[in-house]
Design a protein. Structure first.
Length: 166
């Protein structure tokens, strides 16, 4: 990744992490199993974005949280608005992702790999295909090489053969 801030977040672009948290939070909000804490945390993150970055539209992800391309657009808008250095926003995103992992893990299924509290000298992740984000890392430290290859994020299932012929 080209962004110098990426190292602080285990190789994940901070605004991509926020976009993934918005998508996972929006998905969790659609499930009956979502706990109130997840919903409150999501509303807090959403509120921070809408108050501080008025030009950023989280609705693009909320409408289709499973669409990786929409998370890319949200991450780009957040980066343009200067959100990559907003520690309060990044902390809120981390907290939301942790709550989702605890209370609504099905909401994070669109994420290919989630790393939490990993410490490694070298980390290699290969051949990930996900309908959402490919890799999310929180509280992760890699002192040597972090290599991610063969990542296909935002991949949608092909239509059923009978539907594809129509």
């Amino acid at each position: 990744m080209a962004r110098s801030e990426c190292g602080r977040f285990g190789g994940v672009d901070p605004v991509a992490l926020v976009a993934a948290a918005v998508a996972a939070g929006a998905t969790a909000g659609l499930t009956d199993t979502a706990k109130q804490g997840v919903l409150d945390s999501y509303q807090s993150l959403r509120g921070l974005i809408t108050r501080r970055y008025r030009s950023v539209d989280v609705g693009v992800v909320e409408a289709r949280p499973e669409a990786g391309s929409r998370r890319v657009v949200l991450a780009e808008e957040l980066a343009r608005a200067g959100a990559a250095d907003d520690q309060e926003l990044l902390t809120a995103a981390h907290q939301l992702l942790q709550l989702i992992e605890e209370h609504s893990p099905q909401a994070a299924q669109a994420v290919g790999v989630t790393l939490t509290r990993v410490r490694a000298g070298e980390l290699k992740i290969t051949d990930i295909e996900s309908s959402g984000s490919g890799v999310i890392a929180t509280d992760t430290t890699v002192s040597g090489t972090l290599k991610i290859e063969g990542l296909r994020a935002g991949v949608q299932e092909p239509p059923h053969p009978s539907q594809a012929r129509r």
